[in-house]
Design a protein around this ligand. Structure first.
Ligand code: ZN
Length: 107
């Protein structure tokens, strides 16, 4: 098993401890320390999708949200969002269906 950091599909933060969604589709219940999205709760329970949450996070100034996890040095939310565009391209190469939330980050 590779221990790659996991990418937040909302804000592009690449330091999630778990995969936000299991293969079975369940949320990880991890809260992204960056955008505050809780996988399995913000989406499943509150009905807020990635795009909506991302827009709100950007509108609020793309701030680091966690008080328990420190903001990484040289953290740049703007370039972090570019991770999403890159990842969308990669999942097409693998022959998976394009993921809408990642494509939206490009727009
Ligand atoms: Zn996030």
């Amino acid at each position: 098993m590779k221990s790659q950091p996991h990418l937040c599909p909302v804000c592009g933060f690449s330091g999630l401890k778990e995969n936000p969604r299991s293969r079975e589709g369940g949320g990880s219940y991890e809260i992204c320390p960056c955008c505050d999205f809780e996988f399995g709760v913000t989406d499943d329970d509150k009905g807020i999708d990635y795009n909506t949450h991302r827009e709100a996070w950007i509108a609020k100034g793309m701030s680091w949200s966690s008080t328990t996890r420190k903001q990484p040095r040289n953290w740049e939310p703007g370039s972090q969002l570019a991770n999403l565009a890159l990842r969308a391209t990669l999942s097409r190469v693998k022959g998976r269906p394009p993921r809408v939330m990642l494509e939206a980050a490009v727009a």
